[in-house]
Design a protein around this ligand. Structure first.
Ligand code: SAM
Length: 216
């Protein structure tokens, strides 16, 4: 079972810097004992690399604008705290665009967090490894909270549930037969009652599958 992303404990610990709603040191490391912090990324990456991660991991359409501003601002003073970053993001996005899509800082903070923790790379390795570890009849359940994670999970499960069989084969060899059965129809979402009780469940997507047979 995977419950992906950042935990409430981490989000609610102000000085971890995960939340854009509180001013805190720009850390965002899930394991605070190792690796580069979000401040390190902001203060050392090129404008092109910053724009790439905002676009790729945050699906931020104003990625280039925000990246150029970050580079200009850090030349004056390096970034250390989240409130300043939130302000730079807000003033980089046109006012009309700021009126929709929730907090304007949300996508940039998600992108920085994914970059700092290598979340998608870890996930691309973890799901196939978990599937390999499953016994026949064993099940995998994955709770993801944003579309990038969900896309990786969906693809990894589809590899086992819908193997690529060339058309016109008279007999399908065992190695090409499905070795996973999808239990969820697409991704299951939280119901209204659950979201009322726990607003953080609003973005959850649950996918589950069962191991059918050992792939040759
Ligand atoms: C959404 S939280 C789990 C919350 C927990 N299930 C609960 O209900 O309280 C995901 C956790 O996975 C950890 N995590 C993230 N990437 C990881 C990795 N590559 N290996 C191990 N743990 C990781 C995070 O630090 C975080 O605490």
């Amino acid at each position: 079972m995977f419950d992906l992303g950042v935990s409430s404990m981490q989000l609610d610990e102000a000085d971890r810097g995960f939340a854009y709603s509180q001013d805190a040191p720009l850390d965002m490391r899930m394991d605070p004992t190792t690796g580069a912090t979000a401040a390190d990324v902001l203060n050392t990456y090129s404008a092109a690399d910053l724009a790439r991660i905002l676009r790729q991991y945050g699906e931020e359409k104003f990625a280039s604008r925000i990246a150029s501003r970050i580079v200009a601002e850090r030349a004056v003073t390096p970034f250390t705290t989240s409130a300043r970053l939130v302000d730079v993001i807000r003033t980089s996005i046109p006012a009309a665009a700021r009126r929709t899509g929730g907090n304007p800082a949300k996508r940039t903070f998600q992108a920085l967090r994914i970059e700092v923790n290598g979340e998608l790379d870890a996930l691309r390795c973890a799901i196939p490894a978990a599937l390999d570890a499953l016994a026949v009849g064993g099940r995998i359940v994955v709770m993801s909270y944003q579309s990038l994670e969900d896309r990786i999970v969906k693809h990894a499960l589809a590899v086992g549930a819908h193997p690529n069989v060339p058309a016109g084969l008279p007999i399908i060899p065992d190695s090409m037969k499905p070795w996973l059965r999808l239990i969820t129809r697409g991704a299951e979402l939280a119901g209204e009652d659950e979201i009322t009780e726990n607003p953080r469940a609003a973005s959850v997507r649950v996918r589950a599958a069962e191991r059918l047979a050992v792939a040759a």
